[in-house]
Write a protein of this length. Structure first.
Length: 187
């Protein structure tokens, strides 16, 4: 996917759909300060465990912001999505599992792990982390996302999770690493 990227350029953002950039001004201990911030949607992320394959289901996709730092732009992530619909967080998680990974799961089988803030230096959005177990009887499609997302579904055997956490050659999110640590701790 990343090898298909050509003529990558940056330009000023106009009429943003998903973020709003701002200059925050405030006073702290009598000193006037300012900080550039991005207001962005909150999100959900789901650690998906495939019982029959004894593997985690992850997604691999191109991320333009990562491309700026590694000229590859490919990340390995948890199934995730932004909170931009009038649905509960768990309903958004259920929808993302089906769209990105191709599994239709019962709402009540999705377990909330915790929530945390991401990109705290400039955005501070909240991500809510979930866990679900799937099997092949729940598979309804190949996944891959919607609207030309070009998401590749990846199966990672559980015994390789710890190696992925520490493999600096693979771009991944802190949420993914935290989810794996949560899993390893509960075993």
């Amino acid at each position: 996917m990343a090898d298909q990227i050509k003529d990558f350029k940056l330009k000023p953002l106009e009429n943003a759909k998903f973020i709003d950039t701002s200059l925050a001004t405030y006073e702290q201990e009598g000193i006037k300060k300012s900080w550039e911030v991005v207001q962005a949607h909150d999100s959900v992320a789901i650690l998906i465990y495939h019982k029959e394959k004894e593997s985690f289901i992850l997604v691999k996709q191109f991320r333009p912001a990562v491309y700026l730092n590694n000229e590859n732009g490919m990340t390995v992530e948890l199934c995730a999505g932004i909170v931009d619909k009038d649905l509960s967080l768990v309903e958004i998680a259920k929808e993302e599992i089906e769209e990105e990974c191709g599994y239709l799961v019962p709402l009540q089988s999705i377990e909330r792990i915790t929530s945390f803030h991401t990109s705290v230096g400039f955005a501070g959005s909240r991500q809510t982390l979930y866990f679900v177990e799937v099997d092949e009887s729940m598979k309804v499609s190949e996944g891959g996302g919607v609207d030309h997302e070009q998401i590749e579904v990846v199966f990672l055997p559980v015994d390789q999770a710890k190696n992925l956490i520490y493999d600096e050659s693979i771009a991944k999110t802190p949420g993914l690493m935290f989810a794996f640590m949560w899993w390893l701790e509960k075993q």
